[in-house]
Design a protein around this ligand. Sequence first.
Ligand code: NDP
Ligand code: PYR
Ligand code: MG
Length: 767
Amino acid sequence: MDDVAKDAPLGDARTARITAEEALALHAEGRPGKLETRLTKPLVTARDLSLAYSPGVAEPCLHIHRNPALAYDYTSKGNFVAVVSNGTAVLGLGNLGALAAKPVMEGKVALFKRFADVDGMDLCVATEDVDEFVAAVRFLGPSFGGINLEDIKAPECFVIEQRLRELMDIPVFHDDQHGTAIVAAAGLINALHLTGRDIAETRLVINGAGAASIACAELLKAMGMRPENVVLCDTKGVIWRGRREGMNQWKSAHAAETGARTLAEALEGADVFFGLSVKGALTQEMVRAMAPKPIIFAMANPDPEITPEEAKAARPDCIIATGRSDYPNQVNNVLGFPFIFRGALDVRASTINDAMKIAAAEALAMLAREDVPEEVSGAGAGKALRFGPDYIIPNAFDPRLISRVPPAVAKAAMDSGVARRPLMDLRRYARELASRLDPTAAALEAITERVRANPRRVVFAEGEEEKVIRAAIAFRNAGYGTPVLIGREDRIHASVAALGLPMPDGIEIHNARLSESNRRYAEFLYARRQRQGFLFRDCQRLVNQDRNVFAACMVAMGDADAMVTGVTRSYSVALEGVLTAIDPEPGGVLFGLTLMLASRSGTVLVADTAIHERPDAPTLAEIATKSAAAARRLGHEPRVAFLSFSTFGDPKGVIPGSIRDAVKLLDARGVDFEYDGEMGADVALDPALRAALYPFCRLTGPANVLVCPGLHAAHILTKAVPRLTSATSIGPLLVGLSRPAQIVPVEAGVNQILEVACLAAHTAIPR
Ligand SMILES: NC(=O)C1=CN([C@@H]2O[C@H](COP(=O)(O)OP(=O)(O)OC[C@H]3O[C@@H](n4cnc5c(N)ncnc54)[C@H](OP(=O)(O)O)[C@@H]3O)[C@@H](O)[C@H]2O)C=CC1
Ligand SMILES: CC(=O)C(=O)O
Ligand SMILES: [Mg+2]
């Protein structure tokens, strides 16, 4: 047993959210560590083996021998990065050696994959000798598309990086230097903007004069900070011109002409503090001595130079950032390296130069100034994020990062002449990037493009709700068409003002109570309902008072193309309002379809998630047919599984009877998609299990449409899976209405409302 106190809180006991034991348990559970290898080609049959290995593998070998550039076509090289360390500066923990650095390096590989779909391998090299380290890495070049150096202490890291850059023909990037500098620069651009400072007049003190600090000083000077305004400190105090103790050429290059000798002296009146040193190096007294509205980036990991609580207590007017994810404003290189390599690899850049670094910093800074989808806020500090002192830098989970930063890096690489495979269409590249992490995203992106080309009028029935207003504004800004908000004009204007957003042109507001269309809508309803116990005045009251009914009338009478509702009323109440004015398609089945987007297994469509508690066989067959068509529209070849507790008769039960009848109905119709059942969800999703136990099953791959035997099962499945896995779900989407209307779940965020509104608009475009 080692000497780590396992139940100790990690970091400051008052604020820590995880314990040492939890962190150790995560690393030890299941397959130890955080990585495994996954095959991208089948290796099941002898034929597979002949193709992928001997004799087939000889072919790509010979081709690459003749033309080395083909390695990018026939091997993983072009998407494969080595994360290399000797463990001499592991986070802020010091020289722990190569082996103890492995958890961090595995973590970096995991982040590469999670955030930018870059594959990687950790290489922990057990030497502190610069020559040995350089030799070990340089000869590994053929395997990789890039080298990410990590946690190598200064000053050796500068020599190592420089020599490897000269020796290798792929990008070599020391993350602690440049990744950190890029992300810190992005945060600083925004913090300067918020505090009304000019970079050329800003005084910066950096504590630490190692890898990260020197790179930050260099990048910020390249971005306009004046050298005389930058002071570095290390364990010996201020690095002043003429100092001899503990110096090296990299520190000397930044030695300041100053009388200050300690960090405390240097910080007097300073605008900005960068901490890239160790826990607790900054005191409240030092913070008090800084200029008004001081900017404090305490970036040491895992514990910052000062906690945000301490800094705020000393200076409530400060902007504080740390390297940690459990505080607002995480200035951490995780926001940099995955996306920078993504862009560099995709244009086969020979290097990562200053232009690419500055482009990444600017793209990050600009993204933080945009409206933040609620889904992103939810992944962060747990409260709404809005550009300001507590949100100066995007959240690492922001899904927009992958389509914003790599294109900026790729463009800078092309403009500066280091791209060996330039990209002709950067807009298309950004779209492809968005789909890289999620196969359905490309189809959804195509849908959004189609809506942009055919803008529609969409009614947002709950027009006074803040998130609905934000979704409507985003709808308008995205070019999807004209949003129509139902609500009181003064309330909607007040909400928009409170959001700090200008009220954009092109958004319509309709007050149901005062609308000129009321009589027309009431007459329409009366004609539909007079023989179902409705008096004319009942219809008038419904139109005046129920925004869902009013919105549905607008759509039914052609005053709008589609509607979206759901965040203020229960699903069944909202549905009742919609159905008051809009009928199901004649002879069709109305049902709910939920898209589950899982990173590993791809997209799965689940039905019926909204309407039928116990569908009979004809209804199940119709749901399967319509769901298969929806899968095709999303770019998937449908494989429909009728789910049950029972697989092909085992165990026996009542429900499988209706499923078997549904299968027979489809057999009789001769439909053009794969289907089978009844089967358990494991059998549906696992072809190997099927091959072993049910080789007669007609599905040729994992099912991507799951038709549930009833609403209970469908609800449980679609509510549980996103909470148990990283899957996200969209829906239930109503399928089978004669006019487009969608109901989002009450808890839907801005992005989800926007997505569903766009899908509703898409349904309204004539095919
Ligand atoms: N948030 C982020 O994204 C990142 C944060 N970091 C953090 O920055 C820190 C440094 O990392 P890195 O540059 O890679 O490491 P290095 O080993 O290259 O540099 C460490 C520097 O810190 C200085 N230092 C150590 N203790 C003190 C102290 N008490 N007061 C002043 N200076 C001190 C050292 O001084 P001397 O030269 O005298 O030895 C040295 O200059 C770590 O805590 C790391 O976690 C690093 C990269 C990214
Ligand atoms: C974040 C990081 O790379 C470090 O702290 O070293
Ligand atoms: Mg590091």
